[in-house]
Write a protein that binds this ligand. Structure first.
Ligand code: COA
Ligand code: AMP
Length: 632
């Protein structure tokens, strides 16, 4: 039996022993009573009775424990031409001060704080400052527009919000004020206080009595100490797209999160404390939470925060420049970033210009990694390329090639095998295990390991319905796929209406809600179709209301503008077809899967349950009109 098999088996047979040992790496104020508390199954909790502070474990213990002068965070921003390095001592001091700013504004343990920020160090400082005082942060991705921010304000009901005057995208400054003003107007709950980091690229007017200037407040703040919290207290809420337009508030606890993430730095990524680590993502996504901020700091690594793109800032050599300059031993990003680099530099000619001998592994996740992209990256970089599979819900990898345990042979298209702690199954509709090789719903046997979602924010019933109800005793991942004869997992598609656009998880339901509000739209459907660069892109199909005589092109343009305005540019919503009617089953279900096949040029058959098969030809014609189906 290999090392992986042995460790994986032990993690399932003796989860308390396995994770109890891992928990010794964390500094606890009070040790736990129980490693795994199953008294309220299927609502399992980890490390009940334990008391700790996540910020202390990320910063203070390193700052005071011999890493004070080591770089904790390197900020590299090609879009603004700036860089900065913060040692562990400096970062701790800044975080303590900002925690003091929050406290002075009345933010206390358990209060929620929305962090709506671009990729600047202040975003990480705000997150860690919340952790320091036991407040619960909820980061909203800067590429989301006001309407999406409003939904999160209403659900999290934050006491404060931390933001910046602008984001900087290549060739474009994005002022945040119009976005949060829109959200505040629409939301039924608004924060008492707004703390704004004014950026050089563009400042913004502050509202007297509500808004606080970050720099001014920091200058006069008293540093705040770490507040001990229960292992089971929430550290953060991160909203993610589900089937409906209402995002799900994924809750992360403090104790299990710290234990699991610390463990992954060696187990999954093969890192040693003190090494430099780079995740090219955004703090708005779970990948950014776990691997830009928390895990590398918990483990005593140096983390790189990159405000730029894989291409265009300034060219397809941007990643190699960062690797040569700051010397990370590993990079973690989404496959789409590599598709973008490959499109612009198919020969990988930029790579040769940079010296990066320390670079040893590339990790990819966030969307399915097509074998072509993986093989290209492997060939050009000459290092192992590790695809691993996880979700906002899980906070860390469900399946991976565990580099710190045993590097297994890579099978392109597979994120390898279940990570320790994960009992992954492929089930049929009745919840029975399928044979190896057969495609089904991927589910994980409960209890899930530490660091995974204990519930949804103030929505236990929704949590149960969304994840636990369909397969009792299992967590439903929402992904479909199969396991091959060697036990390798292949994750092929979502089973719900979630789509993945350039590694960004979006709900077709949320886009449909926006389209349905257009006064000229009677009915609509949104589906995700294949895109060479972004993996998937959304396409809207709209049926115009009776009596609408305006040119279709006007309605189409307005629909596109509305989605950009309400959801954000990151939805990359650029295609709308006007159709006479939508294909439905006799029970009224819209046939999205068949329409997607038509758009993707895959073979399709009219399902037996369809009302009138001729509608599908009409759809094909409408998609052809907007250039999505070849005319032959
Ligand atoms: N704030 C404001 N706008 C943002 C934004 C942010 N934080 N992030 C993205 N946008 C905007 C972009 O400017 C772009 O606007 P445009 O329509 O005016 O061009 C739009 O949203 C789409 O952005 P993006 O998804 O970045 O696509 P792109 O076409 O500009 O670039 C890639 C393509 C592949 C280079 C890019 O998607 C990428 O780097 N992907 C990596 C994905 C990633 O890190 N995912 C995180 C999960 S691991
Ligand atoms: P998110 O919650 O934004 O991280 O998105 C999670 C979803 O992205 C998963 O449910 C999958 O559909 C998809 N995903 C993430 N990583 C992978 C991967 N390595 N292979 C296939 N799909 C992935």
């Amino acid at each position: 039996m290999g090392r992986y098999d042995e460790i994986h088996r032990r993690s399932l047979e003796d989860p308390e022993g396995f994770w109890g040992e891992a928990a010794e790496k964390i500094d606890w104020e009070t040790r736990w009573d129980k490693v795994l508390d199953d008294s309220n199954a299927p609502y399992y909790r980890w490390f009940t009775g334990g008391v700790l502070n996540t910020c202390y474990n990320c910063l203070d213990r390193h700052a005071d424990g011999g890493r004070g002068d080591q770089a904790a965070l390197i900020y590299d921003s090609p879009v603004t031409g700036s860089q900065a390095t913060f040692t562990y001592s400096e970062l701790r001091d800044k975080v303590a001060r900002f925690a003091g700013v929050l406290r002075a504004q009345g933010v206390a343990k358990g209060d929620r704080v929305i962090v709506y920020m671009p990729m600047i160090p202040e975003a990480a400082i705000a997150m860690l400052a919340c952790a320091r005082i036991g407040a619960v942060h909820s980061v909203v991705f800067g590429g989301f527009a006001g309407h999406e921010l409003a939904k999160r304000l209403n659900d999290a009901k934050p006491k404060a919000m931390v933001t910046a005057s602008c984001g900087v995208e290549p060739g474009r400054v994005v002022p945040y004020k119009p976005l949060f003003d829109h959200a505040f107007q629409e939301a039924t709950h608004t924060p008492d206080v707004l703390i704004v980091k004014q950026r050089e690229a563009a400042g913004c007017d502050l509202v007297a009595g509500r808004d606080v200037d970050w720099d001014e407040a920091m200058a006069k703040a008293e540093p705040a100490d770490c507040v001990p919290v229960a292992a089971t207290d929430p550290l953060y809420i991160l909203y993610t797209s589900g089937t409906t337009g209402q995002p799900k508030g994924i809750v992360r606890d403090n104790g299990g999160h710290a234990v699991a993430l610390y463990w992954t730095m060696k187990g999954v990524y093969g890192l040693e404390p003190g090494e430099v680590w780079w995740t090219a993502s955004d703090v708005g996504w779970v990948v950014g939470h776990s691997y830009i901020v928390y895990a590398p700091l918990l483990y005593g690594c140096t983390t790189i925060m990159y405000e730029g793109k894989p291409v265009g800032t300034p060219d397809a050599g941007a990643f190699w420049r960062v690797i040569a300059e700051h010397k990370p031993v590993a990079l973690f990003t989404a496959p789409t970033a590599f598709r973008a680099i490959r499109q612009q530099d198919p020969e990988g000619s930029h790579i040769a210009k940079y010296d990066m001998p320390q670079f040893r592994t590339l990790f990819l996740a966030g969307e399915r990694c097509d074998p072509d992209t993986l093989l290209w990256a492997q060939d050009k970089l000459k290092v192992p390329v590790v695809d691993h599979w996880w979700q906002t819900e899980t906070g860390w990898a469900i399946a991976t090639n565990p580099m710190g345990i045993e590097a297994m042979p890579i099978k392109p298209g597979s994120p390898t095998k279940p990570a320790p702690g994960w009992d992954v199954r492929v089930l049929d509709n009745e919840g029975k295990d399928l044979e190896r090789g057969q495609i089904g719903a991927i589910a994980c046997k409960l209890p899930l390991p530490p660091g995974t979602l204990p519930t949804l924010w103030q929505a236990d019933e929704r949590y149960h319905q969304a994840y636990l109800a369909d397969y009792p005793g299992f967590y439903k991942t929402g992904d479909a796929g199969y396991m091959d004869q060697d036990g390798y997992i292949f994750v092929m598609a979502r089973t719900d209406d979630v789509i993945n656009v350039a590694g960004h998880r979006l709900s077709t339901g949320a886009i449909e809600e926006v389209l349905a509000e257009h006064p000229d739209v009677a009915e609509c459907a949104v589906m995700g179709i294949h895109d060479e660069l972004k993996g998937q892109i959304p396409v809207g199909l709209v049926v115009l209301a009776a009596g609408v005589e305006r040119p279709r092109s006007e309605v189409q343009k307005e629909c596109i503008a509305r989605v950009r305005e309400e959801i954000g540019p990151v939805a990359a919503f650029k295609h709308v077809a006007v159709v006479k009617r939508l294909p439905k089953t006799r029970s009224g279900k819209i046939l999205r899967a068949t329409m997607r096949k038509i758009a993707d040029g895959e073979p399709w058959e009219p399902p037996a349950t369809i009302d009138d098969p001729a509608i599908l030809d009409e759809i094909k014609e409408s998609l052809r009109e907007i250039g999505l189906v070849p005319s032959s």
